[in-house]
Design a binder for this molecule. Structure first.
Ligand code: SF4
Ligand code: MG
Length: 332
């Protein structure tokens, strides 16, 4: 499958008064054309920072991409100047945030906001922009769009507002859409409808989606592939089937044991005992070592090697490596 975006060994740090926070520490993954990859993990694991890095939205200072590549259409987004990034953000990659209210201008009608975007991007006349706006609103499932063009954001429900935000993200016909917790602010029935909408749009437009979430119910509903993040690293990736039915990493298993159910309102991940690693001074070895019931001596010292369990299924855990339990590991 064609790789539309490749993140390679991405490192992102933030300077704070307390020192340097290493938020993302060597993240690597590919996004294929037309697929949805979910990046899943607890808050603070580095998933949003990864997404913002792709969008060029890491505020520098205090943030900085310290290493790695983000390859998109032959360009390395990690090294592109702001001016170039802004062009890509407007035209090729769009982002949807958690809270639809912050993405919409409360003082402009929906029609004005969508048409302004269309005119800017497609350089077409107002009457044509209006036609296109109606098409896009229909695509995202806004009923009787003609009569709603004149309304303001506050006249829409939360779910409808999120549909409008998605419409705004679609104006530029992006190849990649990044959605950071797009349904967290919505109640569970509306959430399911919005996730269906993502599927539907993907079928119709072929857009590739990176979905950032802490909610495995959301992952189950829309992802093709899953990357599980912990302590600034991806610790396991695989197809949705592999991650849900054959999880290998103790952290992934822990997440699944605390699996939230989509039929329960406000279902969230029940955290696993213990706290995530201190990203001011992350462990040299496995980031999960302090909470892992299987931890061995080597786990603390050396980052686990990659084990391939299938074409797409990769895991980083010493339990997968026979050498970890031998004297070889102690001498390493
Ligand atoms: Fe546990 Fe070691 Fe595997 Fe990390 S590498 S998950 S500490 S067994
Ligand atoms: Mg976040």
């Amino acid at each position: 499958m064609e790789k539309i975006l490749q993140v390679k060994n991405l490192h992102v740090s933030f300077r704070t008064y307390g020192g340097e926070v290493k938020a993302v520490r060597g993240v690597t993954f590919d996004l294929h054309k037309g697929e949805t990859i979910a990046i899943v993990g607890e808050s603070g694991c580095g998933k949003s920072v990864t997404a913002k890095s792709i969008m060029g939205l890491i505020p520098n200072p205090p943030g900085k991409i310290t290493d790695g590549k983000i390859l998109f259409k032959g360009k390395d987004l990690a090294k592109l100047p702001d001016r170039e990034l802004r062009k890509i953000r407007g035209a090729d990659i769009s982002m949807i945030f958690q809270d639809p209210m912050t993405a919409l201008n409360p003082t402009l009608t929906i029609g004005e906001q969508i048409m302004e975007g269309i005119i800017q991007h497609h350089k077409i006349a107002r009457s044509d922009a209006r036609k296109k706006a109606l098409e896009i609103l229909e695509l995202v499932g806004i009923p009787s769009p003609k009569s709603r063009l004149k309304q303001y954001p506050h006249q829409f429900s939360g779910g409808m507002r999120q549909r409008i935000v998605i419409a705004l993200a679609l104006i530029c016909e992006p190849e990649v859409m990044i959605a950071d917790e797009p349904t967290t602010a919505l109640d569970v029935t509306i959430q399911a409808q919005i996730l269906d909408l993502f599927r539907d749009i993907q079928k119709k437009t072929g857009v590739s989606i990176i979905l950032i979430t802490h909610d495995l119910g959301v992952v189950a509903q829309v992802a093709d592939r899953v990357a599980v993040m912990y302590g600034g690293k991806i610790i396991e990736t695989g197809t949705k089937r592999e991650i849900f039915y054959e999880p290998q990493h103790p952290y992934t298993k822990g997440l699944l044991n605390s699996v939230p159910r989509i039929d329960i309102e406000d279902a969230e991940l029940v955290p696993i005992a213990g706290t995530p690693p201190d990203l001011f001074a992350p462990p040299a070895g496995c980031p999960f070592v302090a909470r892992c019931e299987y931890a061995m001596e080597v786990c603390d010292r050396i980052y686990p090697t990659q084990t391939l369990k299938g074409n797409e299924h990769q895991v980083y855990c010493w339990l997968q490596d026979v050498r970890a339990k031998t004297s070889f590991a102690t001498k390493w």
